[in-house]
Design a protein around this ligand. Structure first.
Ligand SMILES: *Cc1c(COP(=O)(O)O)cnc(C)c1O
Length: 471
């Protein structure tokens, strides 16, 4: 399998070459040259790690023999995700299911991809005799998920900037209680944008970046998408079994969306031949994507326009992975894609509204809706009252919009992107009770914490990276 850039201006590359890179040389995102075909009959009976190996082998064909199987088995285990099923499907009612993607170490779906990414990095760095230093900014979920995926890895240093005092006590404790020597938590006296600016400033120093081999684990990494494709197959197989439906019956997925990474993996699964009837995008008040699917206009927001909501992991100004989807919608025409993104750079927006564009979008099975704080609260209450289940605010956005847009007779699978324990405030507001904490998390906030407070000064960040970089 070879990888090309969405903007059509970079030479095709192998998987292990794009793994450690961010953007392609022409500024585009990498994706496979063509879509592989799924073998639904052979894949249905596989365990989660075996299914992961089968799906990932379609995208990753340049690791040493046996390496992928070993990686998949080590990553998708009961030890890491709490059950042999890894991503258990819960049936709330006939035709309504929740796919549990949040039983990894940080209780959010990002573990499903980042746990694999950490092990892939280790494998490839080991075989090349290289080291890597991850520099990132986080307002919550991504940073902790990356740290739990990379902790203790010999060849990798992690430097994570977060806005001091602005994460929840739970999120802070999750990150800062890590005692591994390769994890460096820097609490910046500022807001999330200050953290992001510091990361950009360090990366702008090309000599420093090269000397300390600075990398990222952002959501545009293809390995993260590939890892997410697996659970669409898994969820489809388990849902059709639960429904006693035909082996090729249509199913709908509802996905709480921000950067468009999670639901884009559903698009990939569909292109590979999975019978997905609907891919339902749920946004919160930050409704960039809802606006696109309603009007054909993609308009990114200024960071001052981003609302701080009670589903904070979907508070985005632009949807980073959306470019890959648009590439398919314009018939994989890299020139046209590049022109659209140039227009986006000039005007902050573009439109895809010709008859051909509309037809392509309609054929892709996507639809979208929006959910607000009041909707989340009502949905959490309703699901608790009717089905006895507690769902987190992000998942509630997905359930709300999924129930609104589902076609009658098509089973709906809602992706559970976090456990309610992470967002206790909203659960308390909706239900008046504390969400249950999984075993091992009871005393999280009282564990000793290890972090460094810093001023938003790029020289300080560089000094800390230089002192603690992986050898
Ligand atoms: C990251 C995240 C999302 C959004 O996923 P995207 O891939 O960015 O669309 C939704 N819910 C939770 C809990 C998350 O952490």
């Amino acid at each position: 399998m070879r990888y090309v850039s969405t903007r059509g201006g970079a030479a095709p590359q192998r998987f292990t070459d794009i793994l450690l890179e961010g953007l392609a040389a022409d500024g585009g995102l990498f994706l496979p040259e063509s879509w592989p075909r799924a073998d639904l009959a052979a894949w249905r009976a596989l365990s989660y790690p075996d299914l992961a190996c089968a799906v990932l082998a379609c995208f990753i064909d340049d690791l040493p023999p046996g390496a992928l199987r070993a990686l998949a088995a080590r990553t998708y285990s009961k030890a890491v995700f709490g059950s042999e099923d890894v991503a258990p499907l819960r049936t709330l009612a006939p035709g309504l299911h929740v796919l549990g993607l949040s039983f990894g170490p940080t209780l959010a779906f990002k573990d499903m991809a980042l746990q694999l990414l950490g092990n892939l990095f280790e494998e490839v760095l080991e075989s090349r005799g290289q080291t890597l230093n991850i520099l990132g900014a986080t307002s919550g979920d991504t940073g902790s998920s990356a740290e739990y995926a990379l902790r203790g890895k010999q060849r990798i240093g992690v430097f994570m900037l977060s806005p001091d005092g602005r994460m929840s006590a739970f999120q802070r404790a999750q990150m800062f209680s890590l005692q591994d020597a390769n994890i460096h938590n820097l609490a910046v006296n500022g807001v999330f944008d200050d953290c992001q600016d510091l990361v950009k400033a360090v990366n702008a120093d090309a000599a420093f970046k090269a000397k300390y081999r600075i990398g990222a684990v952002n959501s545009i990494n293809w390995a993260r998408i590939a890892a997410q494709v697996v659970y669409y197959f898994w969820g489809y197989f388990r849902a059709t079994e639960a429904e006693r439906a035909a082996d090729d019956a249509p199913v709908a997925f509802a996905v709480p969306s921000g950067n468009f990474g999670n639901i884009y993996a559903g698009h990939v699964a569909r292109e590979m031949g999975l019978p997905i009837r609907q891919l339902i995008v749920a946004t919160n008040e930050n409704d960039v994507l809802n606006e696109f699917f309603a009007t054909g206009r993609y308009r990114v927001r200024a960071s001052s326009e981003v609302h701080a909501t009670s589903s904070p992991s979907m508070d985005i100004s632009k949807a980073s992975n959306f470019e890959r989807y648009v590439y398919d919608m314009v018939g994989r025409d890299g020139k046209r894609l590049a022109a659209l993104w140039a227009e986006l750079g000039r005007n902050g927006q573009f439109e895809l509204s010709s008859d051909a564009d509309r037809a392509a979008i309609a054929a892709s099975g996507f639809s979208a809706g929006r959910s607000t704080h009041a909707d989340r609260v009502v949905t959490i209450r309703r699901v608790y009252r009717d089905h006895g289940a507690i769902i987190d605010p992000h998942t509630a956005d997905g359930v709300k919009v999924g129930l609104e847009l589902r076609e009658t007779g098509v089973p709906l699978v809602c992706l559970e992107t976090a456990l309610p324990a992470k967002f206790a405030d909203t659960i308390r507001e909706a239900l008046g009770i504390e969400p249950p904490r999984p075993p091992g998390f009871e005393n999280l906030e009282s564990l000793p914490q290890r972090f460094e407070r810093i001023e938003p000064d790029v020289e300080v960040v560089k000094r800390i990276v230089a002192a603690g970089a992986a050898p």
